[in-house]
Design a protein around this ligand. Structure first.
Ligand code: FAD
Length: 315
């Protein structure tokens, strides 16, 4: 069975990211998954094995880790030439998409971004126009290079015993034009990462101001969830942009999504509509979020949220 290269997304702080596990799950339907890790892989191998990586390629050292994405694209391009994989999957993330673009240019290959599914024949499914249209596409030149939108599939474990292979990295001076001068770890509180959280509590313009977001945070903390925000809340300065959910924010797909004071605009839905259970609190019974919600509470969030918090505390 041909290999399928999965370019691993991971962080030193939290380990292998969920999108990587999703890619490994998709890769198993296309061939034999091989993970490509940049940097130290020792803390990642168990997780990659648990989700079916048959092989782990590791590219490390200053030439790869000391620069932005260009050397990584070179490493993957060389690996593609060497192993002739059936497909290459990358995360539809800032870095994944940039590597993918450079890789496609280097290989003179087609590229599909933001797929939510890839069929065994390489046909990718993309959901566009904020979820209103589904497009099926296929790369017609070269192998399928596809970026996968985080939270598209449920990662399924499938234990493997991967062989680990250290790659010899030969990057050119042209790959070293943008050097990493400093790494600043994202402020990480006790809350789970937004795109990986099983529960997300999001606040919208209805929350009213930045101070009131404490209410959203408090409920999230009681439930062990992450905090999200609508774009209106972010644009109004209530909450930082990194927590925006939606078309121009992050895509989440938790077990439980609570929308507090969010109207449910199509651009917001684009980032949360695949949540398993959606609960909305809105004082306007006509708010479009109720079309989507599994459970809806019509009322003032400033009354309902403290009551809900009180009940949860009792349990
Ligand atoms: P509003 O639409 O103003 O809704 C506020 C809601 O709060 C209302 O329904 C109101 O009834 C309710 N409310 C008010 N007070 C209370 C109270 N006390 N108790 C209970 N309910 C109350 N939006 C996103 O969220 N994410 C995106 O990524 C995104 N990308 C976009 C990209 C583009 C190109 C464009 C054009 C728009 C985008 N938007 C995005 C904006 C989107 O169209 C909406 O404007 C936005 O989602 C509205 O946010 P909201 O629901 O918080 O605010």
């Amino acid at each position: 069975m041909a290999e399928v290269l999965v370019v691993v997304e991971a962080s030193q702080a939290t380990g292998v990211k969920k999108v990587t596990l999703e890619m490994l799950t998709i890769a198993r339907g296309l061939g034999s998954p091989s993970a490509v890790v940049f940097g130290d892989a020792s803390a990642l191998t168990d997780k990659l094995a648990e989700f079916g990586a048959e092989k782990i390629y590791v590219a490390s050292g200053e030439d790869v880790e000391g620069y932005l994405v260009a050397p990584k694209a070179t490493v993957v391009a060389e690996l593609v030439k060497q192993v002739q994989p059936a497909a290459v999957l990358l995360g539809s993330t800032q870095e994944g998409k940039e590597i993918a673009g450079r890789l496609a240019i280097k290989l003179d290959n087609g590229l599909l971004t933001d797929a939510v599914e890839v069929a065994a024949d390489g046909t990718a499914t993309q959901v566009v126009f904020a979820g209103s249209t589904i497009v099926k596409s296929k790369v017609t030149k070269g192998l399928p290079i596809v970026t996968i939108r985080p939270n598209s599939v449920t990662p399924a474990p499938a234990a493997a015993t991967p062989a680990v292979e250290q790659l010899t990295v030969a990057v050119s001076a042209a790959d070293k034009l943008t050097k990493v001068v400093e790494r600043v770890a994202e402020q990480k509180g006790s809350r789970p990462e937004l795109t990986e959280a099983g529960i997300v509590v999001s606040g919208g313009r209805g929350v009213g101001n930045a101070d009131n977001f404490k209410l959203v945070e408090e409920l999230a903390d009681l439930l062990g969830g992450a905090v999200g925000a609508s774009r209106a809340a972010v644009d109004s300065g209530y909450y930082p942009h990194q927590f925006q959910v939606g078309q121009t924010g992050k895509t989440v797909s938790p077990q439980l999504y609570l929308a507090l004071g969010i109207s449910g605009a199509i651009q917001h839905r684009a980032g949360m509509q695949t949540s398993k259970t959606i609960v909305a609190v809105n004082k306007d019974a006509e708010a479009p979020i109720f079309e989507l919600a599994d459970f809806g509470v019509v009322g003032d969030l400033f009354k309902i949220v403290p009551q809900a918090a009180e009940e949860i505390r009792k349990r």
